[in-house]
Design a protein around this ligand. Sequence first.
Ligand SMILES: NC(=O)c1ccc[n+]([C@@H]2O[C@H](COP(=O)([O-])OP(=O)(O)OC[C@H]3O[C@@H](n4cnc5c(N)ncnc54)[C@H](OP(=O)(O)O)[C@@H]3O)[C@@H](O)[C@H]2O)c1
Length: 266
Amino acid sequence: MATIAVVGGTGTAGRMVVAEALRRGLEVRSISRRRPAPESPKRIPGADYITADVASGQGLPEALDGADLLIETLDAKSGAALKVLPATSGRLLRAAATAGVRRAVLLSIANAGQADYGYYKVQAARARQYQRATVPTAVIAATQFHDLVAGIFSSGARYGLVPVIRGVSFQPIATADVAGALVDAAMEEGVGSAALHSTRIIGGPEVLTMRQLVGQWKTATGRKGMTTPLPLPGSLGRFLREGGNLVPENTYGTITFSQWLESLAD
Ligand SMILES: NC(=O)c1ccc[n+]([C@@H]2O[C@H](COP(=O)([O-])OP(=O)(O)OC[C@H]3O[C@@H](n4cnc5c(N)ncnc54)[C@H](OP(=O)(O)O)[C@@H]3O)[C@@H](O)[C@H]2O)c1
């Protein structure tokens, strides 16, 4: 049985990847700086939880020892950790090559390279690390997660206002669908004439305006708050208003935002 290392396996996307890889019968090792407590929802029964810091390299060779495949879902949202993220991915790829990992897959963001926005630029720079690695790699570039969109609404609702960024639509995708694409890409090794480095863009099943999304969110959650149109200035606002985050020609996910919201209530 192949062993897969999920680097960032306790995160939002990583947890779904761990679950999906276990479902496919792989030996799963989650790597993160903190080990989740036994009763934590971050821990998926059947996976091994190992601690390592990929940014410093501490514990990394031991964590990757014996791994055949790797999926990176590591992230940093701001500050110095974000700045060094491309170097962190580079360090991970070199350690993977040393450990004899046969294939490494990165989760990135759809069209990140087209945005003139710091966080997206970092994600694009990470993807470039994968495109020049010595091990075979794949990059899966996904649209925004359902969790992210719902998170924007619920953070605002705490203050009585549910923000709707003017002129912006999303094509959100379920992390379960993203996990399926990532594990598929990791297991593609040796299939046909697979390229040394490949990139696949995946989007959610439908494009909806923020106003439509907020309507579905309010109906499903019963949360209150005044729907409040807001401008988003700057390069990120421009990118989103121009639909840079949308990939209607790359529809992949099957779970709609409303179906995902319903599943949370189960
Ligand atoms: N959110 C979206 O809508 C969206 C859409 C498309 C793509 N993506 C991409 O998906 C990726 C994952 O995002 P996410 O929101 O799932 O991330 P997340 O929830 O913040 O999880 C990050 C994971 O990385 C681990 N980690 C962070 N720094 C580490 C380090 N130095 N060494 C080892 N482990 C480390 C964290 O655990 P510890 O903190 O315990 O180390 C955690 O397991 C990102 O690259 C993001 O750009 C996100």
